[in-house]
Write a protein that binds this ligand. Sequence first.
Ligand code: NDP
Length: 434
Amino acid sequence: ERRNPAQPEFHQAVREVLDTLAPVFRARPEYAVPGLVERLTEPERQIVFRVPWQDDHGTVHVNRGFRVEFNSALGPYKGGLRFHPSVDIGVVKFLGFEQIFKNALTGLGIGGGKGGSDFDPRGRSDAEVMRFCQSFMTELHRHIGEHTDVPAGDIGVGGREIGYLFGQYRRITNRWEAGVLTGKGTGWGGSQIRPQATGYGSVLFAAEMLQRQGLGLDGRSAVVSGSGNVALYTIEKLQKLGAYPITCSDSEGYVVDDKGIDLDLLKQIKEVERGRVGAYAERRGASARFVPGGRVWEVAGEVAFPSATQNELGADDARALIASGVKAVSEGANMPTTPEAVRLFQEAGVAFGPGKAANAGGVAVSALEMSQNAARSAWTSQRVEEELAGIMRDIHQVCHETAERYGAPGDYVTGANIAGFERVADAMLAQGVI
Ligand code: NDP
């Protein structure tokens, strides 16, 4: 903590991983070499830069941009960009650190990185967002490349932002280098199913966990938080598999809809109008109500999908969900569940899928996008969806088996951390002290 002051999210993420690694160090002394953990927790490179831009009135704003290139032992750095006022170096480092293990779990040859800015896109015009993205890329372009570092979206960065970022990269470098960014439009190098992949994957992971207990998703009520990219496609996949999602939320409150979420209406408000979930309740009619300032976890559900942001589900929320009979929790967001809440779920026997495993479908399809770009080909949505389903099955399997092998059956947190660690550590040891 003295080395990295004022980075509580980063400390939390590191502690959570290191706390589960003791059995692997005992069983495999080759990992207990001096310096391995120190190297794993120190980014290979941290880039911090000024992002000046002009708003529609001509006023100049100065934001801060970040890219943390954490670990490239398994492949080029890969991880999203987040635009949100809460972004600082500690948040980017926590996300980059988690990304190392998540990417290792996909088995697709990608290293870990993350970036973003404290820019707040909320209420900004398209033109302002474009100018911001252009300024951001004017510095970032010198650090990234299809074989070096491949950013994607995250909170506040979706298809629109990736388009503006790619346009500026292409202009500055005079290269059509599709593999430099993922999450592109399908007409210009993007993969089918990429927007859906994180949410779909999180639901598939929940289905695998339930299946281990002889249960299914069909007919089950689901509580989902957030209303962005991950939440929308979590709701979509839940409905396709016969479950019954009844909530969504944003930073102003949540909606509960007794008839189940009307996904077309929610997509219209969020994806087309860029509006708030409060508007959903106003337009939906009697079945839905908006609870300002509340947390979705007050609503009873058999499966839960935290899909908004870090530390959004605390101990009291976990107690409420356990009391309401929740059977599985699948983290669509990164580190949305506090350590105490995770412990409560595990003690209560609730199947708990950590983000490193449960939300890895997004980065996995990003890696498939890179493959398509390298081959200058475009796969059908059916093919990508099949690949995604296979990858999520494999990730579940490796987490489950690893947990059993290290004496923690059913503990997906331990399974994901150790399985990811083994892959990265093996590559780091083979490549020497660098
Ligand atoms: P979006 O920007 O599309 O949506 C974010 C959603 O979370 C919005 O509903 C937003 O509400 C809410 N939210 C964000 N910050 C807060 C906050 N501080 N308090 C309450 N609500 C908040 O982002 P994504 O859906 O892409 O990302 C959601 C989570 O999933 C993040 O943790 C991200 O790291 C993770 N993730 C995303 C992947 C992807 O492919 N996009 C891949 C893997 C993980 P509001 O509009 O009010 O801010």
